[in-house]
Design a protein around this ligand. Structure first.
Ligand SMILES: [Zn+2]
Length: 85
């Protein structure tokens, strides 16, 4: 695992949440999020956000601009801390 893997996983998280990835790619992103200590919080955050969205308003995009901005803000503020696997 490298830092690039994390950046790619987070970048694809948008597509993952939008349901734009095929099953294999979605599984790869989810797997990285689940095993990577640096990315797992994003999966948790996005998962809960997505659940709330689904409950509140079915039919809306899974990853609205607000979520994208929130993630971008998190990335700016927190950065991706190097971590070992
Ligand atoms: Zn990662």
């Amino acid at each position: 695992m490298t830092r690039t893997d994390c950046l790619e996983a987070l970048a694809r998280l948008y597509e993952f949440l939008d349901g734009e990835l095929d099953a294999a790619d979605a599984a790869a992103v989810r797997h990285h999020m689940e095993v990577c200590a640096g990315c797992y919080p994003f999966l948790q955050f996005c998962g809960s956000f997505q659940d709330a969205l689904h409950r509140a308003a079915k039919g809306q995009p899974a990853a609205p601009p607000e979520l994208r901005q929130r993630i971008a803000s998190l990335l700016r503020n927190e950065g991706l801390k190097p971590h070992n696997h």
